[in-house]
Design a protein around this ligand. Structure first.
Ligand code: PMP
Length: 443
């Protein structure tokens, strides 16, 4: 059925299963490829492992230097950095790679305390709590905040970590059409009357869950409209800023800053450190009471080992650079660069005739391939020309909406982007994915 093809359905059944398995056999070499360097603007891709035993050893040792259009290294911090790297190395010496303990036992170092203050200040929230994994932040927090008798209203294209967290919570789940505030309001109105006091509702709590930038669509959330509807119906707003925090907004504060939404109107701010901050882990920021409650009740805080200290230092240092607290203007330059790079690349792709999803300012740029059978040709031909792109197919997208997902970074130079455009244009002609007429060159 259509619904099982939509979004992030983890299990494929019947005909879909048959089709998907055959397809993945054809395209498996386009995924899970080892990298042997940092995910900078260029990286080293280990050559494909051959099934031919005689050749395997030789081929695996060979690397290919590729232009990296796939990593979430939006601000370029996931590479040697003059401010962050020496500090992370020093932390490695002083604190070791792991705290080897949960937060409540011996796993809260001075760095974890500093990091939580730093994140709360950065977001303009009272307090924050950090976790070792972004995925686990969503999937562990939603079950703590929601449960039986509560209602989660989730965007139809929310990330799998949200879907899993929502399902695991035991709450009732309703889905609204992707990024469509009018449909969100319709779903809310089906559940409660406008102005109905919270005490008279059939639900103990209602939470609307959205993303800042949708990772497979490159689209900005219609946050101002969604926040206004949530206020009207007294529903909580949960915002996942994995792809927007640090990447958009004049000072890197994400979609709230970009779209002029007061962070006081977003009850639960979630985000990850694996993208703009070049580290690992995730956070929840909100009121003091909320964070205190999570610190006492969330199993991922009570039972999981804390973020690795060097990773925590990397986040603190990169936030300092973004804030200009390192005494340089590099942070502001990076933010200006990612915006300029993203808008340049998107408009050039569109001029060439590609169908590119998403909005201006978003560094995530899906180029539509539609037919998943186009994935291997697109991926391999780009790679032959030393350009590495991520291709996305079912179940991360609906079956016939396969795409190449480009992620632009502040680390890309104009020269890098021009090379990428040249290659993508050539391969796009070869594979037949320029769906619109190209704009004539201006004299
Ligand atoms: N939320 C969203 C919207 C994501 O795209 C991702 C992963 N890209 C996550 C959460 C999980 O974050 P992490 O990869 O840092 O675990």
């Amino acid at each position: 059925s259509k619904s099982s093809l939509q979004g992030y359905a983890p299990i494929c059944l019947g005909l879909e299963d048959f089709y998907v398995r055959r397809l993945y056999l054809r395209i498996q070499d386009c995924f899970n490829r080892p990298i042997s360097s940092s995910p900078d603007a260029w990286f080293d891709l280990v050559e494909r492992i051959s099934n031919d035993n005689n050749k395997t050893l030789k081929r695996t040792t060979k690397v290919k230097r590729c232009l990296n259009l796939g990593s979430y290294n939006y601000l370029g911090f996931a590479a040697a950095d003059e401010y962050c790297t020496p500090r992370a190395i020093e932390t490695l010496k002083n604190f070791a790679p792991s705290s080897c303990s949960t937060r409540v036992d011996g796993g809260t170092t001075t760095l974890h305390v500093e990091l939580e203050k730093c994140v709360a200040n950065f977001l303009g929230k009272e307090a924050a709590i950090v976790f070792g994994m972004g995925y686990a932040t969503n999937s562990a927090i939603l079950p703590v905040l929601m449960g039986k008798g509560r209602l989660i209203i989730s965007d139809s294209l929310n990330h799998n970590s949200i879907v899993n967290g929502a399902r695991g919570s035991g709450a009732t789940i309703r889905v609204f059409q992707h990024n469509t505030p009018s449909h969100l309001e319709k779903v809310l109105r089906e559940q409660i009357a406008e102005g109905q006091p919270r005490t008279h509702r059939p639900w103990k709590k209602i939470m609307v869950v959205v993303e800042g930038i949708y990772s497979m669509e490159g689209e900005l959330c219609q946050l101002p409209e969604i926040v206004a509807i949530c206020k009207k119906y007294k529903a909580y707003v949960y915002l996942d800023e994995a792809h927007s925090i640090g990447a958009v907004g004049k000072t890197g504060r994400g979609v709230c800053e970009l779209l002029g939404v007061d962070t006081a109107d977003v009850d639960i701010m979630m985000g990850t450190f694996t993208k703009s901050f070049g580290s690992c882990g995730g956070y929840i920021a909100g009121s003091k009471e909320l964070i205190q409650y999570l610190k006492y009740t969330c199993p991922a805080h009570l039972y999981a080992t804390s973020i690795s200290p060097p990773a925590a230092e990397q986040i603190i240092s990169s936030i300092k650079v973004v804030n200009g607290e390192d005494g340089s203007s590099r942070g502001a330059q990076k933010l200006a660069k990612i915006r300029e790079n993203s808008n340049f690349f998107r408009s050039e792709l569109q001029k060439m005739g590609f169908e590119v999803l998403g909005d201006n300012d978003s560094p995530v740029m899906p180029i539509m391939l539609y037919n998943p059978a186009k994935i291997p040709a697109f991926s391999r031909e780009c790679l032959k020309r030393n350009v590495a792109v991520v291709t996305v197919a079912f179940p991360a997208t609906p079956l016939l909406l396969a795409r190449a997902r480009i992620c632009i970074s502040a680390a890309h130079s104009r020269e890098d982007l021009l090379k990428a455009l040249e290659v993508i244009s050539e391969v796009g002609d070869m594979v037949g994915i320029k769906y619109f007429p190209a704009e004539p060159e201006k004299q």
